[in-house]
Design a protein around this ligand. Structure first.
Ligand SMILES: [Cu+2]
Length: 122
């Protein structure tokens, strides 16, 4: 009886492992505790433009993105996995966390690739 339960537990653990391994954690977990010392930065999307087009933030800063258009937009880093807001519907606001590594990160709108901007981390 005890052995049966032990085997069942092992099986459940194995299944759990393979299931979580199959779905790769592609999106970065925004689990960073909101540090009050980090000032909030902001990008406004208006008339298919990022304002400001060049923004400098501290490493790991929280950046709000306000979409004032009626069209959906994204803020997607051209460098893989740097940051990506995914789709922001018109009128919506979202937040992403800037990379913790200093550098210049060019980004674009995944829906309208002619919309580009630069996020500088330093
Ligand atoms: Cu767009």
């Amino acid at each position: 009886m005890v052995l049966t339960i032990a085997v069942l537990c092992m099986l459940i653990t194995l299944v759990g492992c393979s299931a979580s391994g199959g779905s790769a954690p592609s999106s970065p977990a925004p689990s960073t505790p909101s540090a009050t010392s980090v000032s909030e930065e902001r990008i406004v999307i208006k008339n298919f433009r990022f304002e400001p087009a060049d923004l400098t933030v501290a490493p790991g800063a929280k950046v709000s993105v306000v979409n004032e258009d009626s069209a959906p937009h994204t803020v997607t880093a051209q460098a893989a996995n740097a940051f990506d807001t995914s789709t922001i519907e018109g009128g919506q606001t979202t937040t992403f966390t800037a990379p913790s590594t200093a550098g210049t990160y060019r980004y674009l709108c995944g829906i309208h690739p002619s919309m580009t901007g630069t996020l500088t981390v330093r």
